[in-house]
Design a protein around this ligand. Structure first.
Ligand code: GLN
Length: 548
């Protein structure tokens, strides 16, 4: 939702909002930051973000979603922390790999320079060499924007975070006061007596100050809004004006956080502090599509089963969000029913039978795979609207090959190297690759969409560009046998099968790519909208037993 800039003078240079977290992680500081960014964008500024992840991994690509949540994929193929997904969704921007700074990246670069002799004669140290590298990365990522949000992952006091906080301290010295703002997001818990407690906040700000950083604003995450006396206490102990203490209470939908933050006046305070009020659009002229999109009335409710193996909501966050966006677009409340494909008995099978539609998401490895194949079969045989993504697409091919094409034992070579019918096989360019980091087919690639197909209806175009993250693909040797039986590969990129559909089904759609990564509120991903529409359109579901 881009808004025309209202007279902002780029010669003023970038403004930086540094966001740190206190007390515990998982407080939603990314959402708080992204929400603030949304409001600044609505006021006419170009806003971008940098996420700092203080872990030693170079990127998130090798991490287990069960521990860290989903690996988010950027258009340039960067495999990053899921927070970048939130920034893309809230700010409606496309970020690049450079917007994720990790300790692995910074140290690797410094060590490579040391080996090349760039620091010849010097002792290479965290300060200044690593801190310089961190500052350079932030400045480069901010280039071309008015405001850059910089979120430091983890919690103040973590050993891993120290070089970053030191880098930010130096950064603040190098810039003018009105170009830098420090926001500290912290937890304000209730005591058993029902009182809002500020001690954890006081301690984390104390920790921040011991490193030489003084927050300009403090945002208290709490079940409810902070009471005036809580704000006063935080102001007094943390040495900020009481107007600089904000609440960010729990809300049932993250997309309402910008509205909450706006009610508290956080955006106005930030603009004033960064000397931006003159150039900001007047409140009456600010964009308000966001509010319209996220507060729209819903007229229907649908239940979509998400059949995965990680029982952690964050592992499939972009799919959840894409379903919500499809709900915004169709005025529908989309509820997600969790179906664990490792536990296809009892409760999980019941949920599958109750569902109006099914999504089988991406994934790696053998665990839960038989369950996924059962879910695909159930959706295919009972005319349940189905969307298969990446591994879900691959399992749709495997299920069809086995049960319709009668290719006994058909499988993906990823999990069964000895299958007589490797209908899904390793990409030829992957044969020689041994490293696991950043070596898949990654990022945005174009797919040709065949005219006259469901895919063409869904995308409304002859091509689509979506993000990828996979090593295996449909084996070209089986295409003819599969298509002969009524599965059509309606989206292709040369020899690569990208989209599948079934002729004889109300809605059976699979994509080798991950459309969920491009879905935004107000610009929902077409396959997700099509799934919800198929459900609303009353696809005849012939509910029956889940056959294992
Ligand atoms: N494991 C499969 C592959 O590598 C699917 C990957 C995915 O679902 N992201 O091709």
């Amino acid at each position: 939702m881009p808004t025309e800039l209202t007279g902002y003078d780029p010669s003023l240079g970038n403004k930086f909002i540094f966001v740190t977290g206190g007390v515990m992680s998982g407080l939603g500081k990314g959402i708080t930051a992204a929400s603030t960014g949304r409001l600044l964008a609505d006021a006419g500024f170009d806003v971008t973000a940098v996420k700092i992840d203080p872990y030693l991994n170079v990127d998130a690509g090798t991490m287990n979603p069960y521990q860290h949540g989903e690996v988010y994929v950027l258009k340039d193929g960067g495999e990053v922390d899921l927070d970048l997904g939130n920034y893309e969704r809230f700010l409606d921007i496309d970020m690049t790999f450079d917007h994720n700074v990790t300790t692995g990246k910074a140290y690797r670069h410094v060590i490579e320079k040391e080996r090349a002799g760039d620091y010849l004669g010097n002792t290479v140290q965290i300060i200044p060499h690593v801190t310089d590298d961190i500052k350079r990365r932030i400045r480069e990522a901010a280039e071309g924007n008015d405001i850059c949000l910089v979120e430091v992952g983890g919690t103040v006091g973590d050993i891993e975070g120290m070089p970053y906080l030191e880098a930010l301290r130096q950064f603040a010295h190098e810039e003018d006061d009105e170009d830098i703002l420090f926001a500290h997001v912290t937890l304000v818990p209730y005591s058993q007596a029902g009182e809002q407690k500020t001690k954890p906040t006081q301690h984390s700000v104390k920790e921040l100050r011991s490193i030489g950083l003084q927050p300009d604003i403090v945002v208290g995450r709490c079940e409810d809004r902070l009471e005036p006396k809580t704000k006063e206490k935080i102001a007094l102990f943390c040495d900020v004006p009481v107007e600089a203490v904000f609440s960010n209470p729990d809300v049932e939908d993250i997309y309402r956080v910008p509205l909450m933050v706006e009610e508290e006046g956080l955006d106005e305070y930030v603009m004033e502090r960064l000397d931006l009020e003159e150039t900001a659009a007047s409140p009456a002229d600010r964009a308000d599509e966001w509010r319209e999109v996220v507060t729209g009335e819903t007229t229907d409710t649908v239940e979509i089963a998400l059949a995965g193996k990680y029982d952690l909501e964050d592992a499939y966050i972009s799919i959840h969000e894409a379903l919500k966006h499809a709900g915004f677009e169709t005025n529908t409340d989309v509820e997600v029913l969790w179906v664990d494909t490792d536990e296809m008995e009892a409760a999980h099978a019941d949920r599958l039978q109750r569902a109006d539609g099914v999504v089988v998401p991406g994934g790696f490895g053998a665990r839960g795979l038989d369950g996924k194949i059962d879910v695909v079969r159930y959706a295919r045989e009972h005319d349940v609207p189905f969307l298969g993504l990446c591994l879900g697409f691959q399992m749709a091919v495997v299920e069809f090959a086995r049960n319709v094409c009668k290719l006994e034992g058909a499988h993906s070579a990823e999990v069964d190297e000895d299958t007589p019918h490797p209908v899904i096989d390793i990409l030829p360019e992957q044969y020689e690759i041994e490293d696991m980091g950043g070596t898949m087919r990654l990022g945005a690639h174009e797919t040709d969409v065949e005219a006259g197909t469901l895919a063409h209806e869904v995308y409304g175009a002859d091509s689509c560009t979506e993000r990828h993250r996979h090593r295996y693909e449909v084996n070209p040797e089986y295409i003819e046998a599969i298509e002969r039986e009524g599965m059509t590969f309606s989206g292709r990129a040369g020899n690569r099968m990208e989209i599948l559909e079934l002729d004889d089904h109300p809605f059976f759609f699979g994509t080798q790519f991950h459309p969920e990564f491009r879905s935004r509120p107000g610009r929902a991903s077409p396959p997700f909208v099509a799934l919800v529409e198929a459900v609303l359109g009353g696809a005849e579901i012939d509910a029956g037993e889940v056959t294992a």
